[in-house]
Design a protein around this ligand. Structure first.
Ligand code: SF4
Length: 302
């Protein structure tokens, strides 16, 4: 009998599909992906691909971004309920209020956001390019949505701008507290602490390195150090251990798990390809408006 992985391989060929997987989905799903990465890398792959079908092993805003960037393709999500709570944590009203307050305002939208929020934004960013892109903007006043923690991190790196941060947050990263870093350092005194900028500022301030998931992986692989404490979603450990088997990785706080990302299973990937579900579908007007900030990000992020 065919294994589920063989079935997926066969379906991929039959449907001319590619699988894009985020670092936070289960390791067994990352294993069958054509590309594994963070949101920026995967959105570039989604735009460039010639495949007829894109299966996005991730949460809904990722599928939406892939569809917006490559509308001709069929984009599938293995679980229609896998959603990022932070992606909804900004409001139209607040954006309008801020635009009324500052004439030169740029609304900078973290890619972890709904298509609707993107339609109201000037430029999208990811955790790896947010600082560079904000620096390149001519605007003095910036409203950063939806993640307040990433916004605060960017504000600290770009003090010449007036960055107003929204109050959204990632529930997974917010769980990691300064006390957890202190305890983890006591337990592993030789380890460097690498954290994601979605963590709260007290954690970011005490870390040895702050970066996106890709940057954390790159830092750990290139470093001469041998032990690391990782302050982000635990899925990244799968890739770190695979890439650097001679090094030791410990979570800053065990159990930091994005339950929505973990909804993506091999069975659901197989079913999605087989039944061509769940197709991402957006209004043409929404796609058109949301594409502008995404395109601007890809242009400024070069
Ligand atoms: S880890 Fe946080 S930001 Fe990422 S998808 Fe899960 S809830 Fe959203």
């Amino acid at each position: 009998m065919e294994s589920i992985k063989e079935e997926i391989e066969k379906l991929k060929k039959e449907k001319r599909a590619i699988i894009l997987a985020h670092y936070y989905v289960p390791g067994e799903v990352q294993e069958i992906a054509d590309y594994i990465g963070d949101s920026y890398f995967l959105s570039k792959k989604a735009r460039e691909t010639e495949a007829e079908m894109i299966l996005f092993a991730g949460v809904s805003f990722m599928g939406e971004s892939a569809k917006i960037l490559n509308p001709e393709r069929t984009v599938l999500l293995p679980d229609a309920q896998a959603d990022c709570p932070m992606a909804h944590m900004a409001s139209r009203e607040k954006i309008r209020e801020m635009r009324g307050k500052y004439e030169d305002l740029a609304v900078v939208c973290y890619i972890n956001s709904t298509a609707e929020l993107k339609t109201m934004s000037d430029v999208c960013v990811t955790s790896s390019n947010a600082v560079d892109i904000v620096k390149k903007l001519p605007n003095k006043n910036i409203f950063f949505i939806p993640d307040g923690n990433l916004g605060a991190y960017v504000a600290a790196q770009v003090p010449e701008k007036n960055i107003i941060v929204n109050e959204g947050y990632c529930p997974v990263h917010r769980e990691i507290q300064e006390e957890d870093v202190k305890n983890a350092r006591k337990e592993h005194p030789k380890a460097s602490v690498l954290v994601h900028p979605e963590c709260v500022s007290e954690v970011v301030r005490t870390a040895d390195f702050v970066g996106s998931t890709s940057e954390i992986i790159q830092y750990a692989c290139q470093s001469e150090e041998k032990e690391f404490l990782i302050g982000t979603e635990e899925g990244v450990l799968w890739d770190l251990e695979k890439k650097c088997p001679e090094k030791a990785f410990y979570p800053v706080k065990p159990g930091q798990c994005c339950l929505d990302m973990k909804k993506v299973t091999l069975e659901k990937v197989r079913n999605a390809l087989k039944e061509e579900k769940y197709q991402v579908s957006l209004e043409p007007e929404t796609m058109e408006k949301a594409r502008r900030p995404l395109d601007k990000m890809l242009e400024l992020g070069k």
